[in-house]
Design a binder for this molecule. Structure first.
Ligand code: DX5
Ligand code: ZN
Length: 218
């Protein structure tokens, strides 16, 4: 399914009200819910783990898209799968054994995602494409919401789209997606757009009205 899907990142939501925040954005048309897991080691920020994913899962009617910015990854895959993750995305840069990690994700019953930092070339992942359901091109350096979109990554999206051919692999864009940058990446071949600050805009469920406009605007 190559239709464009918007995946609000709850990194920009009200951390004291994830359940209601998720229900609010789904009511306004969110296609997937993007969950940013950070460990203070692979990235310089800490968010939450599998227990939090399990707690929010009943509030998600769509797809739980879990982005692991952690190293090591392998010891935690089963816990995130058991927490109800539909997609589990690991970083190529998170360790020396990405092939094993991707095998383990599918082995745990989840769809496998492969994320690439802005400094990582896409040309090397050809031998992994039969093992993944999603490739995430980071358009910011991972760790924080609200950063500026890195234009140089658009060419990687175009390259990846031609490498994928007719395989059913999603191309996800993560970082700095807003109404200005979204058309650039969809034109290059992306179909899943993660958006944190552009959706939540520092709001909360106490002020849900803007969410629908924000999602529609992307
Ligand atoms: C960054 C995270 C992103 C982040 C995007 O490390 O992976 O998912 O929430 O936030 P915005 O849309 O604000 O750039
Ligand atoms: Zn993310």
């Amino acid at each position: 399914d190559r239709s464009i899907k918007i995946a609000p990142s709850i990194l920009a939501a009200d951390f004291a009200n994830f359940g209601q925040e998720i229900e609010a954005v789904e009511a306004q048309g969110a296609d997937w819910i993007h969950v940013d897991v950070m460990d203070g080691h692979f990235v310089p920020n800490i968010t939450f783990g599998p227990d939090m994913c399990k707690a929010i899962r009943p509030h998600i009617k769509t797809i739980m898209d879990v982005h692991l910015m952690i190293a090591p990854v392998d010891p935690y895959i089963d816990a995130f799968a058991e927490a109800g993750a539909d997609f589990i995305t690991a970083h190529l840069e998170a360790g020396p054994h990405i092939h094993r990690t991707l095998q383990a994700i599918r082995g745990a019953g989840a769809k496998a995602g492969l994320a690439l930092n802005p400094g990582t070339p896409v040309e090397g992942i050809g031998s992994l494409l039969d093992m993944v359901d999603l490739v995430c091109i980071m358009t910011v350096n991972p760790g924080f919401g609200g950063q500026k979109f890195i234009q140089s990554q658009i060419e990687k999206v175009r390259t990846l789209r031609s490498m994928i051919g007719d395989r059913p692999i999603h191309i996800e864009i993560d970082g700095g997606v807003d109404p200005t940058t979204a058309p650039l990446v969809t034109a290059a071949g992306a179909d899943v757009l993660v958006a944190g600050s552009a959706v939540f805009k520092g709001g909360s469920v106490r002020n849900p009205a803007p969410y629908g406009d924000n999602i529609a605007a992307i």
